[in-house]
Design a protein around this ligand. Structure first.
Ligand code: MTE
Ligand code: MO
Length: 413
C-alpha cells in the first residue's frame, strides 16, 4: 500500500479556505424553506445545502462532486472511504422537499400484504416506529446511471441527452436504518408479493408538458428482501434534506434511481408494477439493444477515476503519485491498471484498500514525467467477476452506464 496518511473512515472536511460563494464557517445554516420555494441562493435551485464551487459542478437540478475535491491543494487526501455529506453529489429530478420528521409516515399498501390494505387505509410507520425495529449499518455507493454520460459525446462522438455528468455522480457513505425486508415483514408481507414500488414525496416530475407523477421505481421482491436498506442516517447523522430525509432507500450496487429518496408510499403487489422509471427511463434503447428497449437497469458497471482535475498541471522532472478509485456494482475491484501514455503501455496500480464489494478500491501509481507537454492518463479496473472497462461503451440513446476507460488530460509543465 502507499505511504499516504490514513484518515478517519468518514473523511474530514477540507481545511481549505471556503470558496467565495460558500458561507463563512460560522454562518447560520441555509434557510431550507427557500429551496422548497424555488428561491435557493446557490447555483442549483432546489438543493438546500451550500454548493461551494471548489467541491461541486452545478448541472441543472443536480450537483456533481469534483474529483479534485477528494484532495487538498497539497495533494493530501480529504475524503476517506466515505464521502462527507457536505461533498456528496445530489441528483434531484425536481427539488428537495422539506419534510417534518414528526408527522412523516411511511405508508405501505397493496395486494402483496396480508389483508391487501389500500392506499387510503395503509399500514403506517412513523420514524420512531422504524427506529424501534432492529437497525443495520452498511457501506454502499450511490451512483447515477448517467454518471460518465458526457464521455459518449466527448470520447465516442455520440451526443446523448440528459445531465452531462463527468465522473462525479457517485459517492460512498455509511448508512444506518432498517432492512426493507424487516419493514415489509412487519407490514404483513405475503409469499405472493412480486414487486415493491416506493414513491418519493418530492414534487411531480414534469418535462415537455408531461407529468410523470412522483419519482418512483418498482423493485423486484428478491432484491428488496436481499440487501436493501431503508436508511435514516448517513455517515452517522440523521439524513439531510437533499439526501432523502427523513428516510430513503439504499439499494446496493444498483443504479442510483433505485435508491428512492423521501420515501412516502410503498406499494407491495402480487403482480408486476410499472412506472415511467422502469418503462420509459433507465432502460437501454438503441440499435444495439432489443427492440422496445432492454430490461430495466439494475447493477452499475465498472468505473475508475483519478483524484485530479481534468487538465491538472504537474511539474516535469519530479516524481508524482497519482491517486484514484475504482468501483463496480457487482463485485470488489481487485485489479487496476494505469496508463500515462494514452493507453500505449499499462502498469498495475498499488491498491490501498482490501477490495470489498460494498465500496470503492483506492489506488495509486508513481509517475515521473520528464518532458513538458500534454499527456493522457487512463485507468482500467477489473472486478472479481472479471468485468472490466472496455475501450468503448456500447451506445444507448439515453447515455446510461458509460463504463469505458476515460482519458484524463493533464499538462506537464
Ligand atoms: N424521490 C426521489 N428519489 C430519488 C431521486 C429523485 O429525484 N427523487 N433521484 C434518484 C437518482 S436518479 C439518484 S442517482 C439518486 C441520487 O442520490 P443523492 O442525491 O443522495 O446523491 O437518488 C435517486 N432517488
Ligand atoms: Mo441517477
Amino acid at each position: 500500500m502507499d505511504d499516504e496518511v490514513r484518515i478517519p473512515d468518514e473523511g474530514t472536511p477540507a481545511p481549505d479556505a471556503p470558496a467565495p460563494d460558500a458561507p463563512a464557517p460560522d454562518a447560520p445554516p441555509p434557510d431550507p424553506g427557500r429551496a422548497a420555494a424555488g428561491e435557493a441562493p446557490g447555483p442549483v435551485p432546489g438543493i438546500v445545502k451550500p454548493l461551494p464551487a471548489e467541491w461541486f459542478v452545478p448541472r441543472g437540478t443536480n450537483a456533481e462532486t469534483r474529483w479534485d475535491a477528494f484532495r487538498d491543494a497539497d495533494g493530501d487526501p480529504v475524503i476517506g472511504r466515505h464521502v462527507p455529506v457536505e461533498r456528496f453529489f445530489v441528483r434531484n429530478h425536481t427539488s428537495t422537499p422539506l419534510i417534518d420528521p414528526d408527522t412523516w409516515r411511511l405508508k405501505l399498501f397493496g395486494s402483496g400484504l396480508r389483508g391487501a390494505p389500500t392506499a387510503e387505509r395503509p399500514v403506517e410507520f412513523g420514524l420512531d416506529d422504524l427506529r424501534e425495529l432492529p437497525s443495520t449499518r452498511i457501506s454502499a455507493l450511490i451512483e447515477c446511471a448517467g454518471n460518465g454520460r458526457s464521455f459518449y459525446r466527448s470520447q465516442q462522438g455520440q451526443p446523448v441527452p440528459g445531465t452531462p455528468w463527468t465522473l462525479g455522480g457517485v459517492g460512498s457513505a455509511s448508512w444506518r436504518g432498517v432492512r426493507l425486508a424487516e419493514v415489509l415483514r412487519a407490514a404483513g408481507l405475503t409469499g405472493a408479493a412480486v414487486d415493491v414500488l416506493p414513491a418519493g414525496l418530492d414534487p411531480d416530475y414534469v418535462v415537455g408538458g408531461t407529468n410523470y407523477g412522483p419519482v418512483r421505481r418498482p423493485l423486484p421482491i428478491a432484491k428488496a428482501l436481499d440487501d436493501v436498506l431503508l436508511a435514516y442516517e448517513m455517515n452517522g447523522e440523521p439524513l439531510t434534506p437533499d439526501h432523502g430525509a427523513p428516510a430513503r432507500l439504499v439499494v446496493p450496487g444498483w443504479v442510483g434511481i433505485a435508491s428512492i429518496k423521501w420515501v412516502g408510499g410503498v406499494e407491495v403487489a402480487d403482480h408486476p408494477l410499472y412506472s415511467p422509471w422502469n418503462t420509459d427511463f433507465y432502460r437501454m434503447f438503441g440499435p444495439d439493444h432489443p427492440p422496445g428497449g432492454g430490461d430495466p437497469l439494475t447493477t452499475q458497471v465498472v468505473k475508475s477515476a483519478f483524484e485530479l482535475a481534468a487538465g491538472a498541471r504537474l511539474a516535469a522532472g519530479r516524481e508524482h503519485r497519482l491517486h484514484g478509485r475504482s468501483w463496480s456494482g457487482s463485485a470488489a475491484v481487485r485489479r487496476v491498471e494505469v496508463s500515462t501514455d494514452g493507453g500505449r503501455t499499462w502498469r498495475r496500480a498499488e491498491l490501498r484498500d482490501e477490495p470489498q464489494a460494498d465500496g470503492w478500491t483506492r489506488w495509486s501509481v508513481a509517475w515521473r514525467p520528464e518532458r513538458p507537454g500534454p499527456y493522457e492518463l487512463r485507468a482500467r479496473a477489473t472486478d472479481d467477476r472479471g468485468d472490466t472497462q472496455p475501450e468503448r461503451a456500447v451506445f444507448n440513446r439515453e447515455g446510461y452506464l458509460f463504463g469505458a476507460v476515460v482519458a484524463h488530460p493533464v499538462t506537464v509543465v
